[in-house]
Design a protein around this ligand. Structure first.
Ligand code: PLP
Length: 381
């Protein structure tokens, strides 16, 4: 007992980690493991950005930048985002994750409640705990495409509710939030004076583009959007994320950022500068098309397995229904690993609503996907 903080003590080791560790063990034993638990693009950084990174180094852009981010990059991003967003509404930070945490720390007082819509990305609830808030989960189900109903959200609201976190497109379900429910959530937030944190980190990996509706479309002043370049631009390790909020809120968030994050990596900021629009049009679109082809491989191949699936409208994730195994997700994930040598993420990591599912990722080659499908076909129950 080192006398560590209580808030760190309550953070449980994640369910997905248990499976990941076993996968590593099996690999060390020489087993041929297919890793479908991956949470990042398998692509390399787009070439124009790579060149920008070399150039940034050559120019010695290795110093601190303005805490909020290099102004020219914020201007470029503001233009790209549209909706009359201005540079001083944007904070560039070290990844979307830090952006979400800074937003939570800026708005929460001890005991404040934050509504999470299941399935909810694993880190939200821990970040809320660390920020001394309390998470309140709203359940969803497959019948509703894992989209919450406004009635269920209303039921979760108390006089302590401070914010709702939306993840659109959703990790792990790959579903998009329909505009109608977003309209209702914004209306509700206005009535109850709540913040909305909208995590849109997968906004450019979308297969039904007409259905993606960003929170940038609303002018409600308590919307905070978090996003970044990790997933869309395949640059997870370069740690470049951003927050978009009303000026006053952005200013408050940046006060924290100055003390916690200083600034986003200078090399990443200068590396991407002047390239966003072209990379989006070319490289990001090429990656999106490749993901779409892989998604089709899964849609076709998995039909012949015991796993019904949810077709993702976005992201590189897919939920497989494992109820035919007569197990809950953690057990099923372990079983699939031992039986097929395929690593997946148990649904329970994202909330009880998807304890009958495991998440697979198609951020891997066609060959690996086909091999995994073949192994799934061989499962005997
Ligand atoms: N938000 C969601 C929903 C994610 O799935 C992830 C990464 O897995 C992040 C945020 C973190 O993004 P970043 O790497 O930019 O911090």
């Amino acid at each position: 007992n080192f006398g560590l903080s209580a808030k760190v003590d309550v953070i449980a080791p994640s369910a997905s980690l248990q499976v990941a560790q076993r996968a590593l063990e099996l690999k060390r034993l020489g087993k041929d493991i297919i890793n479908l638990s991956i949470g990042e693009p398998d692509f390399n950084v787009p070439v124009p950005i790579k060149e920008g990174l070399y150039q940034a180094l050559e120019n010695n852009y290795t110093h601190y930048t303005e805490s909020q981010g290099v102004l020219d990059l914020r201007k470029e991003l503001a233009k790209e985002l549209g909706h009359d967003i201005e540079a001083d509404q944007i904070i560039l930070c070290s990844g979307c994750k830090l952006g979400i945490y800074l937003a939570l720390e800026t708005i929460l007082n001890p005991g404040d409640e934050v509504i999470l819509l299941e399935p909810a990305w694993v880190s939200y609830k821990h970040m809320i705990t660390i920020a001394h808030g309390k998470s309140v989960s709203v359940k969803t189900n497959e019948k509703n495409n894992f989209i919450p109903t406004i009635e269920d959200i209303k039921k979760a609201i108390t006089d302590k509710t401070k914010a709702i976190i939306i993840n659109n497109p959703n990790n792990p379900s790959g579903q998009l939030m329909p505009k109608e429910i977003l309209d209702e959530i914004v209306q509700l937030a206005k009535e109850k004076n709540l913040f909305i944190i909208s995590d849109e980190i997968y906004s450019d990996i979308v297969y039904e583009k007409e259905s993606f509706y960003s929170m940038l479309n609303y002018d409600y002043e308590k919307i905070i959007i978090t996003s970044g370049f990790s997933k869309n631009f395949a640059m997870t390790g370069l740690r470049l994320g951003y927050i978009v909020a009303k000026k006053e809120i952005a200013k408050a968030i940046n006060k924290l950022h100055q003390h916690i994050g200083t600034c986003a990596p200078s090399i990443a900021q200068y590396g991407i500068m002047g390239k966003i629009s072209d990379v989006l049009k070319n490289d990001v679109e090429d990656m999106r098309k490749t993901y779409e082809k892989r998604r089709q491989i899964l849609i076709d191949g998995l039909k012949e397995t015991i796993f019904p699936y949810i077709i993702p409208q976005a992201t590189f994730y897919m939920l497989l229904n494992i109820s035919k195994l007569n197990m809950k997700s953690l057990e099923a994930s372990k079983y699939i690993l031992e039986e097929c040598g395929v690593a997946t993420v148990p649904g329970i990591a994202f909330g009880e609503s998807i304890d009958d599912y495991v998440r697979i990722s198609f951020a891997t080659s066609d060959e690996m996907l086909l091999k995994a499908i073949q192994r799934f076909k061989n499962i005997n129950i």
